[in-house]
Ligand binder design. Structure first.
Ligand code: MF3
Ligand code: CO
Ligand code: CO
Length: 275
């Protein structure tokens, strides 16, 4: 399958799906509290996505390969040393100091919107806060590279440079991806690399950037459930994700939340369709 360019109609549907995915993260924020389980967060998101938004939660029963069991929940919840694809469960309550990634993907009218963010439960450690902030900066620096004529390697380079400059490491085994009618379309969007290498970006491309940054070594391991990815050294990890559209002049963040309107004065990263 080749990289698809989205036409005006597809872009409009991607905008809607992106906005809906972002709204799930905003909705769930007040529920992320000490004492709650990720299973409860999953049920709240599932009901909101299906009943309020009339969307399909893309992760539920997602099975990219027959070798893997279908994913058993509607969101991914990745806690502390879990890199990604954490399965919501009722076996443990969130507690003060935890860091949690919630990854939401909704399907509306056939099109996918995919986004994730980190949440602090109570007060994070100094390291946890720094890791989460640097990882968010990695996402924004990657986004800042996105414009027609730029190359995928420019994105990876910007992310890797920032993460490693802070003595953190970039997970290599997982990457961002094209998105549209498919959950995971080409191209693969690596979070490391060299400038002026890889695919050249064109207006109409839609893809995610979703850096996974580790406090310790970059090595990861998959748990026997065949989904949960953890750091080998069990040190902390963080991830943030947006779905983007390459526009004629730069990019549009399809999953932007209201809180990101003027984050760090980086307003220009978030030009809207009309800008
Ligand atoms: N949302 C994840 C991504 O960013 C994919 C999750 S697949 C699942 O690509 F099956 F684990 F939900
Ligand atoms: Co994704
Ligand atoms: Co995602």
């Amino acid at each position: 399958m080749q990289v698809t360019l989205k036409d005006t109609q597809a872009v409009e549907k991607m905008r809607i799906a992106g906005r809906l995915a972002a709204e799930v993260l905003t909705m769930i924020e007040p529920h992320v509290q000490a004492g709650v389980t990720t299973g409860e967060l999953n049920r709240i998101c599932h009901d909101y996505i299906t009943d309020e938004q009339q969307c399909i939660p893309a992760p539920l029963n997602y099975q990219p390969s027959p070798a893997q069991p279908p994913f058993p929940a509607s969101i991914c919840t990745s806690l502390n040393h879990v890199v990604c694809h954490g399965i919501p469960s009722d076996s443990r309550k969130l507690k003060n100091g935890d860091i949690l990634n919630i990854d939401v993907t909704v399907i509306k009218d056939g099109y996918h919107g995919d986004t994730s963010k980190m949440f602090f439960v109570g007060k994070p450690s100094v390291l946890a806060r720094r890791l989460v902030e640097v990882t968010q900066e990695c996402l924004y620096l990657g986004i800042a590279e996105v414009r027609p004529g730029a190359m995928l390697g420019d994105i990876g380079h910007a992310i890797q440079r920032h993460a490693e400059g802070h003595h953190f490491s970039v997970v290599r085994e997982l990457c961002g991806h094209g998105i549209g009618l498919g959950f995971h379309e080409p191209p693969q969007v690596l979070h490391y690399g060299r400038r002026n290498t890889g695919l050249r970006l064109e207006a109409g491309m839609t893809f995610t950037i979703e850096p996974m940054i580790n406090a310790g070594s970059a090595e990861v391991r998959t748990l026997p459930d065949q989904w949960t990815i953890v750091t080998r050294d069990h040190k902390l990890t963080a991830q943030w994700e947006h779905t983007l559209l390459v526009t004629g002049t730069g990019c549009e963040v399809l999953t932007r939340r209201d809180e990101e309107a003027d984050l760090n004065g980086r307003d220009s990263l978030f030009q809207t369709a009309s800008a």
